[in-house]
Each structure stands twice: as C-alpha cells, then as structure tokens.
Design a protein around this ligand. Structure first.
Ligand SMILES: [Zn+2]
Length: 95
C-alpha cells in the first residue's frame, strides 16, 4: 500500500495539532502568538478576548474574515484550557 490517504483536517483538528505542538504562546489574556506549522519562521498574531470572533493576520482569516481560522481556534482552546486549569486549582484548594 503505497498510496497515501489524503485526509483533509478540519480547522478544529488543525488547531488541536498546533496546540499539542506547543505552538501557541500567550502574551496576555487577549493576545497570542501562534507559530505556523509549515514554516516555523512565521508567527501569526492572534487577538481573541473570549467573546468576539477574534482576529488573526494569516491569509486564511483574510480570505474568510467571518470564520475563525485555526490560529484563532488554537488560541481559543489554549485560553479555555488555561481557565479550566485555574478553576480546577481553585476548586482543589477549597477541599
Ligand atoms: Zn490565522
């Protein structure tokens, strides 16, 4: 079997890969740097506040400004995971 199965990943799946690779860097609660998976020299600036759709300076987001690109989704997931950890820590302390 030499034929490669070409699987098209969804934006959500790609975002998870980015996150698992540790390519998301939090600058503050609303600003994130997300490194490109293809070219590690490229870093996208993501703005996401947890309420609005967010903004990213990648081509995907420029082409589809009404959708959250994988970088915004990665930052969103990162933010959510972080908040979840903080909440868990607080809950743990109260016991
Ligand atoms: Zn993007």
């Amino acid at each position: 079997m030499s034929q490669k199965l070409k699987v098209k990943l969804t934006r959500e799946e790609k975002a998870n890969q980015i996150l698992n690779n540790g390519f998301v860097k939090r600058l503050d609660d609303q600003n994130y740097e997300v490194r490109s998976q293809k070219n590690k020299d490229i870093i996208y600036s993501v703005w996401y506040d947890g309420i609005d759709q967010g903004f990213c300076n990648c081509i995907d987001h420029m082409n589809f400004p009404d959708k959250q690109c994988k970088h915004i989704l990665a930052a969103k997931e990162y933010r959510f995971t972080l908040l979840e950890r903080i909440v868990n820590d607080l809950m743990g302390k109260e016991e």
